[in-house]
Design a protein around this ligand. Structure first.
Ligand SMILES: Cc1ccc(Cc2cc(O)c(O)c(C(=O)NC/C=C/[C@H]3O[C@@H](n4cnc5c(N)ncnc54)[C@H](O)[C@@H]3O)c2)cc1
Ligand SMILES: [Mg+2]
Length: 214
């Protein structure tokens, strides 16, 4: 049922996951995408790396670029300290509509603000629209050729402070070579690679964690 993959994922969440239980939503999506049909969620293996960084940073202000079905938004939100917010950006209205329902089913809607639109348009408006000074943590998981331009845009818009952390998915597969070269080569970042696998597969992939030094 459901004509698109995200709609089938949402149907599975409504069928199998416990309402209000973020963990069961995450596990349901992982089970479905591992055994029924693959989808580009950060997944369980890389998700554990993301979890450890979220728990270490305890961000009060976090940004995610590329919501898709809301899997990582739910995963992150379930670990956020009270009064902290995840702002997640998604420009595909079909995916955004599905993600809103997944986020609501998981019961984390009061921790997540989903912005519908392109990151390039919204990043320059973040400070004004959300009374933000900077982001403590940013998760990049949108089109891989947007990682670098959006990182430079966040720098230019003063959304990164000394100690802000960027976490990038898929730096090996599909890969974000220009982004990797930038954060690994720039004296303004301290970068570290966490080796893992492409979600639900044995293909090598990894997460790059980069601390902005100001
Ligand atoms: C060859 C090949 C193909 C696929 C893979 C597997 C693979 C594995 C992965 O973990 C992946 O993350 C990906 C991947 O391509 N992710 C792109 C994810 C985009 C989502 O973000 C949305 N979006 C994209 N740009 C923007 C933007 N500026 N502003 C707002 N939303 C944006 C889109 O609307 C989508 O909701 C692919 C591996 C290798
Ligand atoms: Mg990804």
């Amino acid at each position: 049922y459901g004509s698109t993959r995200p709609e089938r994922i949402l149907a599975e969440v409504k069928r199998k996951a416990t309402r209000g239980d973020a963990r069961s939503v995450v596990d349901t999506i992982d089970q479905y995408c591992r055994h029924q049909e693959w989808a580009m969620n950060v997944g369980d293996e890389k998700g554990t790396i993301l979890d450890s960084i979220v728990c270490e940073v305890k961000p009060m202000a976090m940004l995610e670029l590329g919501t898709y079905c809301g899997y990582s938004a739910v995963r992150i939100a379930s670990l956020l300290p009270p009064n902290s917010r995840l702002i997640t950006m998604e420009f595909n209205p079909v995916f955004a509509a599905i993600a809103r329902q997944v986020i609501a089913w998981a019961g984390v809607e009061d921790k997540v603000v989903l912005i519908e639109g392109p990151s390039g348009d919204w990043i320059p408006k973040m400070k004004k629209e959300f009374g933000l000074t900077s982001f403590d943590l940013v998760f990049l998981d949108h089109w891989k050729d947007c990682y670098l331009p959006d990182t430079k845009l966040m720098e230019e818009c003063g959304l990164l402070r000394t100690g802000s952390i960027l976490v990038a998915d898929n730096v090996i597969c599909p890969g974000a070579p220009d982004y990797l070269e930038y954060v690994r080569g720039s004296p303004r970042y301290e970068s570290k690679y966490f080796r893992s696998h492409l979600e639900y597969t044995r293909v090598e992939d990894g997460i790059e964690k980069s601390v902005f030094l100001g």
